[in-house]
Design a protein around this ligand. Structure first.
Ligand code: ADP
Ligand code: MG
Length: 302
């Protein structure tokens, strides 16, 4: 099997068998972050995200925003679990001709983002590479009662997102987005989602992870999906790097959240569909009310 035939997620499934699990491991591979025991009240969260030039950014883009993106991607994964980020180590691969100033600008971007979200930058590693690479490994914490995983969505639950979707790469939003820590903390403290993740590859792909982990299906309603300006419905479903949260709530709790958000946080939480019992089946209810299977493919690396 090659990567282009099997894809990233088939490989990750294969790699699961190489996991080693000590007694502190609560959850290993398969969610937005690993979950480890911390103390009586809290879990530790651990995630890592790697960006490489020409795939996630180019040399023409502002190095400060590349730094912001690198830090924000990892923070977003901690938010997805309901947690708050705490400390990061940063590894970089640098081409020999890259000026110091470029790397300092990347770090300046990471520092601003880290400060905003209470992240301590405490170390890293430096190697030589052909392309510029930056990897942020990030620790976080979550109260045990607030941990949300991708498993837990139940038939009848509403599916919601925290903002408009699509066009992130074309518009440059992928470099400037705000990880939804505040929203995630608000949700876990007051509404307790049944499942949650961040949208990095588009919901056509990402919602499948929730469906798989929760062993359920879903119907997405075309007329409810919030699209960014100049973005089509299909693009909203398949464009990568939105970094909004995708989460599920029991129907009545969803009504309460939508009622609340109408008054306090306009358009911050938007319902886009419903969880069904048809395991693994993802359908779209189109503008006319007809159901059709989702045949779109989300962003993939290979
Ligand atoms: P995200 O997009 O939320 O960062 P990924 O899709 O990158 O998540 O990863 C999904 C899961 O697979 C995570 O639990 C992650 O830790 C795990 N994973 C990804 N790549 C590897 C790898 N090379 N080795 C082990 N686990 C991996
Ligand atoms: Mg994620």
């Amino acid at each position: 099997m090659t990567m282009s035939a099997g894809g990233e997620f088939a490989l990750i499934d294969q790699l699961k068998k190489f996991q080693t699990r000590g007694s502190s491991v609560v959850m290993g591979i398969g969610d937005d972050a690993a979950v480890l025991k911390l103390d009586q009240r809290r879990y530790q969260l651990l995630t890592t995200d790697m960006l490489i030039e020409e795939v996630h950014f180019t040399r023409l883009m502002s190095p400060k925003s590349v730094g912001h993106k690198a830090m924000a991607c990892s923070i977003s994964d901690i938010a997805s679990m309901g947690g708050v980020p705490t400390a990061a180590v940063i590894s970089i691969g640098i081409p020999a001709k890259l000026p110091f100033e470029y790397i300092e600008q990347v770090y300046a971007g990471m520092r601003v983002c880290a400060r905003l979200f209470g992240v301590s930058i405490v170390g890293g590693d430096t190697i030589r590479s052909d392309k510029f690479i930056v990897n942020v490994a990030l620790l976080g914490e979550v109260e045990k009662k607030y941990l949300i995983t991708r498993a837990g969505a139940r038939p009848g639950d509403s599916i919601l997102v925290t903002g408009c979707l699509g066009g992130s790469l074309a518009s440059g939003r992928h470099l400037t987005f705000t990880p939804r820590v505040k929203e995630a903390r608000f949700l876990v403290q007051h509404f307790k989602p049944t499942s949650m993740m961040d949208i990095s590859d588009g919901i056509a792909g990402d919602l499948r992870h929730i469906l798989k982990a929760s062993r359920v299906g879903a119907i997405i309603e075309e007329k409810k999906v919030p699209c960014h300006k100049k973005v089509t419905f299909n693009e909203a479903l398949t464009d990568g790097e939105d970094f909004e949260l995708l989460f599920t709530l029991p129907f009545t709790r969803a009504r309460k959240l939508l009622e609340y958000s109408k008054v306090h946080r306009p358009r911050r939480f938007i319902e886009i569909g419903t969880i069904t019992s048809s395991r693994g089946l993802m359908q779209i209810k189109d503008q006319k009310g007809f159901l059709k299977p989702v045949c779109l493919t989300a962003f993939t690396h290979f």
